[in-house]
Design a binder for this molecule. Structure first.
Ligand code: PEP
Ligand code: MG
Length: 586
């Protein structure tokens, strides 16, 4: 029977497919579709791993026996028996085979899919003893996965994690991922994967997981509480990314209705794509700069395809995440930045220095950030982290300076609030230049910018304008810190309000002061890509927007219909209204 789970809409469109439930602990398991000819090989790979684990357990049992006699460790011995039994379990092996043969999942994915199915059954058991066997099953599966990780795969996992595009996947069955939580790094791993949509139980609308989902331009819903428990492996589901709703086990009527909606969305996209080469000029002749937010060098392709006139925000921290604790060295970073700049073919690239911490933790062992329990959003994050790790920061600065010899780079510093931080940052940039000069290494010029994303910074804009060439307003954090709402916490998501009068005051005054001094100012938070905010931002005087490539054409369409002269008086009335949201539809 159909039921719905409500969450937060983070990425537009409709996805219809089979649910793939992935437990948080198994997100790093490879997920890809194998070719029909590889199916037998995958089954063999599993059988081999299972036999190896059985032999391993047999050896432990033997050792126990030799060491201390038959009955010295009855509990341990009984546990190993249970593990051996689970290993041979018919439901496990036939289920795994089903996923490989019917869905052409790779062996690891098939194994964890079946684990989810059986684990649910254990969860529903009345008998506490049997319920506890779930942990044993998880251990057995973990052992098999470990053996498979160690053994060379007969079928190499495709580089991007997928063996083809999802719609034309070998089995032709679209798949949507349902998980309790996904970190931004997990999400990045799923970029170009087989999934056509995402749903998570937790997360806010501007959490970095949601931001990466948006950059993938596929329907996504976060904060859909309970979804990963309510949905079963392989259920048919519909993700309505516009409404923030997940429909489970839809009736034929609902399926027809949403298929139609999906088709209409595709037609609309097709229509928008014709605007790619149209300049973003308002009815009254104001030229608006539309820039792209990117996470990886390869994203420049979608930026150019969307007609972006530059990169307004390269979130470089994604180069530092999901690397098993090893940070990229100067050479690797230089290559990434050079590739990006060259890829943009002479258009400017704004590179933001590393912004780790809060909901973008580094891998364990890769550096110190604030612990989860002491409110990391207010802790050692962004420039605070860089200034606490000057050696790492200098590596990044040198790499960016070197890449600047290959094209126009704007350097953007996140989360500044204090004059002392500005002084330290500028001194380190100077030191990086001196180091490169001393070693005779070529480097290029940089324009320097500061992010305005803490209310303290927005209230001291003249300080920033004195020291920097341009400003970029990070509305995601500016809203979070102004309203004291954790952007990653869905339980307070209803209070996360971009048009709260306090937020609007800070935005308006930052834009006005920058313009008065003739310095460029951009908005690069999610607000810039939200079409319902375009008129207001134009009315407040904003002329430069940076957003995910997927949002550029829709925002451009809004701009083409606007008369900025008329919008400015309206925006002033919104600014002083008690309830600005009520005026937003005027
Ligand atoms: C912001 O805070 O608005 C921003 C663009 O930076 P991030 O989302 O990466 O924190
Ligand atoms: Mg920010």
């Amino acid at each position: 029977m159909t039921f719905t789970v409500h969450g937060l809409a983070v990425s537009r469109g409709i996805a219809i497919g089979r649910a793939v439930i992935v437990a948080s602990s198994r997100i790093d398991v490879a997920h890809y579709i194998v070719k029909p000819a590889q199916v037998a090989g995958e089954i063999e790979r599993l059988r081999h791993a299972r036999d190896a684990v059985a032999a391993e357990i047999g050896k432990i049992q033997q050792g126990l026996h030799e060491l201390s006699g038959a009955d010295a460790h009855p509990e341990l011995s009984a546990l190993l028996d249970v593990h051996l039994m689970l290993l041979q379990d018919e439901q496990l092996s036939s289920g795994v085979k089903h996923w490989i043969v019917e869905r052409q999942y790779n062996a690891e994915w098939a194994l964890t899919s079946q684990l989810e199915v059986i684990a649910r059954q254990f969860d529903e058991m009345e008998d506490p003893y049997l319920r506890e066997r779930k942990a044993d099953l998880e251990q057995v599966v973990e052992r098999i996965l470990r053996v498979m990780r160690g053994a060379a795969s007969a079928v190499a996992a495709p580089a991007a994690g997928g063996d083809g595009d999802p719609a034309s996947g070998t089995t032709g069955v679209p798949l949507v991922l349902v998980a309790h939580d996904l970190s931004p790094a997990d999400m990045l791993q799923f970029k170009q994967s087989v999934f056509t949509g995402f749903v998570t139980d937790v997360g806010g609308k501007t959490s970095h997981t949601a931001i990466v989902a948006r950059s993938m331009d596929i329907p996504a819903v976060v904060g859909a509480r309970g979804a990963s428990h309510l949905v079963r492996q392989d259920d048919w589901v519909i993700i309505d990314g516009d409404a923030g709703v997940l429909l489970v086990d839809p009736s034929p009527m609902l399926l027809a209705e949403y298929s139609d909606k999906q088709r209409r969305g595709e037609v609309e996209r097709e229509r928008l794509s014709r605007l790619k080469n149209t300049p973003a000029v308002s009815l009254d002749g104001q030229r608006i700069e539309l820039l792209a937010n990117i996470e990886q060098p390869q994203d420049v392709v979608s930026a150019l395809n969307a007609g972006a006139v530059g990169v307004g925000l390269f979130r470089t921290e994604f180069l530092f995440m999901g690397r098993a604790g090893k940070l990229p060295d100067e050479e690797e970073q230089f290559e990434a930045y050079r590739r990006t700049v060259e890829g943009m073919q002479g258009l400017p690239v704004t590179i933001r220095t590393i912004d780790v911490g809060a909901d973008k933790p580094l891998d364990r062992g890769a550096g110190r950030t604030s612990d989860d329990h002491i409110n990391p959003a207010m802790g050692l994050r962004a420039i605070r982290w860089s200034l606490a790790e000057p050696a790492v920061f200098l590596v990044q600065l040198r790499a960016i300076l070197r890449a600047a010899a290959y094209g126009p780079i704007h350097l953007l510093i996140p989360m500044l609030a204090h004059a002392s931080e500005i002084r330290q940052t500028l001194a380190l940039i100077e030191r990086a230049r001196e180091q490169l000069s001393a070693s005779g290494t070529e480097y290029g010029p940089l324009r320097l910018g500061a992010m305005i994303e803490i209310p303290a910074a927005a209230l001291t804009v003249p300080l920033f304008l004195r020291h920097f060439d341009f400003l970029s307003i990070g509305t995601n954090d500016l809203i979070q810190y102004t309203l004291a709402i954790d952007r990653a916490d869905e339980s307070v998501a209803h209070l996360y309000n971009p048009v709260h009068p306090a937020v609007l005051q800070l935005l308006a005054s930052t834009i006005a002061q920058s313009r008065a001094q003739g310095k460029p100012v951009t908005v690069c938070g999610e607000m810039a890509g939200d079409v319902s905010m375009t008129r207001l931002l134009l009315g407040l005087g904003l002329r430069s927007f940076s957003m995910h490539p997927a949002q550029i054409l829709a925002v451009k369409q809004q701009i083409l219909r606007c008369d900025t002269g008329k919008l400015s008086s309206w925006a002033q009335s919104v600014l002083v209204a008690e309830d600005p949201a009520a005026l937003m539809t005027d």
